[in-house]
Ligand binder design. Structure first.
Ligand code: CP3
Length: 353
């Protein structure tokens, strides 16, 4: 395997010394880039991009051609997993992801099993192809949705603003939800390990909807299953540790608990002060975040001031991976993203002396 030319991101995740704070952006390959929209038009659809290793490689590299980012992230989607389970993923124009066969009745739920991973071979092929194309430039991040976040889409059949069906199941038939979550946890463990085998050098678990749960339910229905996954992941490849990042959006009140499940890094959305978060988790984990993605709508000067504030709040030393607190907006100006990356690289050097 090629030697990494820039391993700043991996070192920061392990709290090893770095020269500057590394940065990548959630959803860094996406519609805010005109070159992404052009490739998607050629591929015909979003899933056309995901299922073709060549297209997936092309769009994964697009943001790296524009900005000196410190990590690449596999171009795919969390919903490829329930699709492989037979739920029938489709993207309705302007409506976001949907499933043809949402999990609503008991017999369908009982019939749910861990899918044959061959159905996701296109993802592993994309990982190998991207690793080759990167040629050691920066590390490649693999990812999956959390069992609970996947269950939200599987049960609701698409996005939701109240999670009515999920919560009805949680409060009336918790054993059915636990069955779905157990299948998801095993599937995600196998899926992430296969991404690691194919060449992913770090992995992130996206728990986008865990923060919609009550305090007690979060631990029982989301965190416990992420802990199961972390315990089952391969943690070394090519003689190097493969760090795990866990990101619960709106999870700021549970940082101590999240930091205790065995991951190397905890992702923060923008609602938590990163300095206070650091004090709360201590030496246990690195932190990733936590720039408000919509602060990219401010002027370049305002973006720089906000980046500076976050770097100062984290303070001296390693253990911070700069990122947005959630995915970049499709309406963001790429020039503003460029200003953010440059500001983080320039302003962070003073904290690593
Ligand atoms: O970060 C990256 O650049 C890697 C690619 C990536 C995508 N989705 C591509 C994508 C990643 C890491 C995801 C994760 C994902 N997908 C999550 C977890 C993170 C989060 O954002 O909360 C979730 C909940 C999904 C499910 C999903 N996929 C939704 C809700 C949507 C529609 C909303 C939207 O932004 O359009 C998608 C589609 C999707 N996934 C797009 C991209 C680039 C847009 C599709 C398009 O090109 O039209």
């Amino acid at each position: 395997m090629t030697q990494l030319k820039n391993d700043t991101f991996l070192r920061a995740l392990l709290k090893e010394p770095v020269e500057y704070t590394p940065i990548w952006m959630m959803r860094q390959a996406g519609r805010y880039l005109p070159e992404y929209r052009a490739t998607r038009a050629r591929a015909g659809s979003f899933m056309g991009l995901c299922t073709s290793p060549d297209y997936a490689t092309e769009v994964t590299l697009q943001p790296l051609e524009r900005f000196p980012l410190d990590a690449a992230i596999l171009f795919s989607d969390i919903l490829t997993v329930p699709d492989a389970m037979g739920l029938g993923l489709y993207f309705a124009e302007g409506e976001g992801p949907k499933f043809e066969r949402p999990l609503r009745d008991e017999s369908a739920i009982r019939a749910l099993t861990v899918p044959v991973l061959d159905k996701l071979q296109y993802v592993f092929d994309a990982v190998s192809s991207i690793r080759k194309a990167l040629d050691g430039r920066v590390p490649l991040i693999g990812f999956s949705g959390s069992p609970f976040t996947l269950a939200c889409y599987m049960i609701e059949g698409g996005g939701s603003d109240d999670f009515r069906h999920v919560k009805a199941m949680l409060y009336s038939r918790p054993e059915l939800l636990h069955h779905i979550l157990a299948v998801n946890a095993q599937t995600v463990t196998d899926y992430l390990n296969a991404q690691i085998d194919a060449g992913a050098q770090a992995v992130q678990i996206f728990d986008t909807w865990g923060g919609a749960l009550s305090h007690a339910a979060y631990k029982e229905f989301s965190l416990a299953y992420m802990q199961r996954i972390v315990a089952g992941l391969k943690r070394e490849a090519d003689g190097r540790r493969v760090p795990v990042i866990v990101f619960t959006k709106n999870g700021g009140q549970w940082l101590e608990e999240i930091a205790a499940i065995g991951a190397d890094c905890v992702g923060l959305d923008w609602t938590t002060d990163i300095g206070q978060a650091r004090a709360r988790v201590g030496d246990k984990v690195a932190l990733q975040g936590n720039f408000d993605p919509n602060a990219l709508f401010g002027s370049p000067a305002a973006i720089e001031a906000e980046a500076s504030r976050i770097l100062a709040a984290y303070g001296q030393g390693s253990g911070h991976v700069f990122n947005l607190g959630h995915g970049i907006s499709q309406h963001a100006d790429p020039e503003h993203a460029a200003a953010l990356v440059a500001a983080v690289h320039r302003l962070s050097r003073q904290y690593h002396q």
